[in-house]
Write a protein that binds this ligand. Sequence first.
Ligand SMILES: [Zn+2]
Length: 145
Amino acid sequence: MSCTRCGAAITPGAKFCPACGRAVPPEPFAPAPAVAVAPAAWTGGAMPGYEPPTAAIDASGLVVPVDPPKNNGFAVVSLVFGCIWYFWIGSIIALIFGYIAKGQIDASQGQQKGRGFAVAGIVLGWVGMGVLAIIIIALIVSKAN
Ligand SMILES: [Zn+2]
């Protein structure tokens, strides 16, 4: 800070120039930095104002992965055990999980996929049970004879 008339250094806060005695106008200097800071503070406030929209986009972005229907886990398990069969244990498991899966998929109103898997598991389960029934009937018939 220097005098506007003689250029002598003026200590901050001084009302008059120590060299020439000219009145130092503190008004233009003191408010000037305050005004200069104020817009910076405002732009600083404006920047966080831009963040809520990005946060809203992030929130909707989190919702998007939830929207695509996912395969029902029980439906896949049902189909796998229907294929495994393993002395009709797989068939029973395929039937149980198949009906659970089909119920959950039907109740989900399109939120879950894999109904085909569940139905295939149920069919395989019933085929296995049907084969078991035929074998049991065959055994009974052969013993009766
Ligand atoms: Zn001066």
